[in-house]
Design a protein. Structure first.
Length: 617
């Protein structure tokens, strides 16, 4: 391989932001190289026979990944995808409480605490969209100015109005199914959570039908108000925008499934959207990567781990990208290569982008690289409904309660969005895979008794997920340590993380809301938080537990001052004009929406800015 190769643009990372950037630049006629640390699909990921293997000796077809998932004992987000010691990734099974003053380092992350960072991502071609749920919520207008509005967090250097046209582009290209009139939330008496749309705007596909559980909640909670902090709050159940194929409007057709002439099937309600849709109804970045390849201008090299960005003699521009090419996941053997780009784009995820910047000692004159790591600490509550509500059917969630996403209370405590879960106690208790053996081994149930118990109890299982806002905190960060490296000698992320009282107060309020809803609907509560939970914490004497949402935000935030941010509003490094960063790492705040849609909108805008910059080179 020629080490003097030069491209118009070199992109590091083949997840959703890298895929969008590559596809847009390829359509713009630019020669693009994408370097992906993880394994690829060899163009056969969506083959029908399921028996192809690539040179890593790992099953690389879609059916192969499905088979791996179905036979996995732990149905965790990364279950279908081969573990790769040359591009390791965090797993939820690595989580545990962190003893005071100690370090948890049994997984990919090196956790310094005091609390564990609980979210994961996928290092492979397609990135974390290989296992995401597909939720595509816009941020609220107030989310872009929470410091100005509430004296908390940071303001964005752009507004909702700036991003609105790019939200529309992202919703079209990802194939989001929703009804705009429902998303305005006009039925909720809280203007703070109303999302403005352009006149006559409509999503390209009808909303995914709401589950029976959603309809049960919608009827049971009609005209309800929850009360806490001495104030009533109206609530309502609203369908959730999702990047999965619904009923197309007009002549719209969603992005096609890789390797097929058709676009993947319409959502059929399969109940394993996380981690993998068996009929390709859910969007993943492989579809956009296929479009990028079809431009004839984009080359994707997998099993290529970028480890250093070298600047020119003046330290101004990124002159070279150094990467390690390994031939097999079974071996640590690799060769070093170097490429250059007129522009370099980092799209390898919030943690991986920060890790590469820190390892290269670039783009960090602000000392903000790696800082302000955020997630949605997700608190669960669960119980048994008084009647069968059809648990374990349909997508993971088709509706939520957005009524408490915004408002003046954010001056004092975190906002949150309530996700209505369709999959019973699968998240909090591992049901049914993790709970049926207990009925047999511990309660000695078998035969007709076991059958009757499962038939009467499991369809009534229900859980809420409260996605609680977290503010940017410079002490929550990714750092490096020479003592912690992976098999290729690259750094592992060292994470320092905590949850402040602002977020803990939001969790306490969320639990109050849950208790009132449970009482209203006659739900028998089974929620338990234990000090043995990895994410256990306390607030004013009460214990709560949080889970990771997979929403990794921050680490190279944008801003309007090079002294306090890593990139400007154009997603361009303050320090190096030919370096652009994309992904959720640019977001100064996380607020209450799943961040992928906002990240995609920002990336479509960033691609335009890269094209504009290339015309000036």
């Amino acid at each position: 391989m020629n080490n003097n190769e030069h491209f118009d643009v070199v992109i590091v990372g083949a997840g959703i932001s890298g895929a969008i950037m590559a596809e847009q630049l390829g359509k713009g006629g630019k020669n693009v190289l994408v370097l992906e640390a993880g394994t690829g699909t060899g163009g056969r990921f969506f083959s029908q026979d399921g028996d192809h293997k690539d040179n890593t000796q790992q099953v690389s077809s879609y059916q192969g990944y499905m088979s791996t998932f179905f036979t996995a004992l732990a149905k965790i987000p990364n279950a279908p995808y081969p573990q790769n010691a040359n591009a390791p990734q965090p797993l939820v099974t690595d989580l545990a409480p962190i003893p005071q003053g100690q370090v948890l380092d049994k997984g990919y992350f090196v956790q310094k605490g005091p609390l564990p960072f609980a979210s994961t991502y996928t290092r492979a071609e397609g990135g974390t969209t290989l296992h995401w749920l597909g939720t595509c919520l816009r941020m609220l207008p107030e989310d872009f100015a929470i410091k100005t509005r509430f004296g908390r967090g940071l303001d964005w250097p752009i507004s909702y109005e700036d991003l609105q046209p790019w939200y529309e582009v992202a919703e079209k290209n990802l194939g989001v199914s929703a009804n705009a009139d429902e998303q305005t939330y006009r039925q909720i008496d809280n203007p703070a959570v109303h999302i403005p749309y352009a006149a006559s705007y409509e999503y390209k596909m009808e909303k995914i039908p709401q589950s029976y559980l959603d309809q049960y909640f919608s009827k049971g909670l009609a005209h309800m108000q929850v009360s806490f902090e001495g104030k009533p709050y109206p609530i309502d159940v609203v369908s959730t925008p999702q990047a999965r194929n619904g009923m197309p409007r007009g002549d719209y057709r969603p992005v096609g499934a890789v390797g097929h002439a058709t676009a993947g099937q319409r959502c059929a309600g399969n109940s394993n959207c996380v981690p993998i849709c068996p009929i390709q109804a859910k969007y993943n970045a492989l579809k956009t990567l296929e479009q990028a390849k079809n431009t004839g201008k984009v080359e994707i090299r997998t099993q290529c781990v970028a480890y250093n960005l070298e600047t020119d003699e003046q330290g101004k521009n990124i002159a070279q990208v150094h990467y390690k090419k390994y031939q097999s996941t079974d071996s640590p053997d690799y060769q070093c290569h170097t490429v250059s780009g007129t522009i370099v784009v980092l799209a390898s995820h919030a943690v991986e982008n920060a890790k590469l910047l820190l390892a290269s000692n670039v783009a960090n004159s602000s000392d903000q690289v790696g800082r302000n790591l955020m997630d949605h600490p997700t608190m669960l509550t669960w119980g048994l409904m008084p009647t069968d509500i059809g648990a374990f059917r349909g997508p993971g969630s088709t509706s939520g309660i957005p009524s408490l996403r915004g408002g003046e209370f954010r001056k004092n405590r975190a906002a949150f969005r309530i996700e209505i879960g369709n999959w019973g106690w699968s998240w909090p208790e591992g049901a049914p895979v993790g709970t049926v053996p207990e009925l047999i081994d511990e309660k000695n149930m078998f035969g007709e008794q076991l059958k009757n118990y499962i038939g009467s109890v499991y369809p009534r299982m229900f859980r809420f997920g409260f996605l609680v806002e977290q503010l940017p905190d410079a002490n929550n960060r990714v750092t490096l340590d020479d003592n912690y490296r992976d098999r290729l000698g690259n750094y592992r992320p060292v994470i320092t993380y905590n949850v402040t009282d602002y977020t803990r107060a939001g969790m306490a309020a969320a639990k109050e809301v849950s208790d009132q809803i449970f009482q209203r609907l006659g739900i028998e509560g089974f929620t338990e938080y234990s000090p043995s939970d990895a994410g256990y914490l306390t607030y004013r004497g009460e214990g709560y537990s949080y889970n990771g949402a997979g929403h990794l935000v921050g680490t190279h935030i944008m801003g309007d001052d090079p002294k306090t941010s890593v990139v400007n509003k154009y997603q361009q490094s303050w320090d190096h004009p030919n370096l652009f960063l994309v992904g959720c790492g640019n977001m100064p705040t996380i607020s209450t929406s799943n961040p992928t849609l906002t990240m995609a909108a920002l990336t479509y805008w960033a691609a335009k800015n890269v094209l504009d910059a290339l015309t000036q080179c």
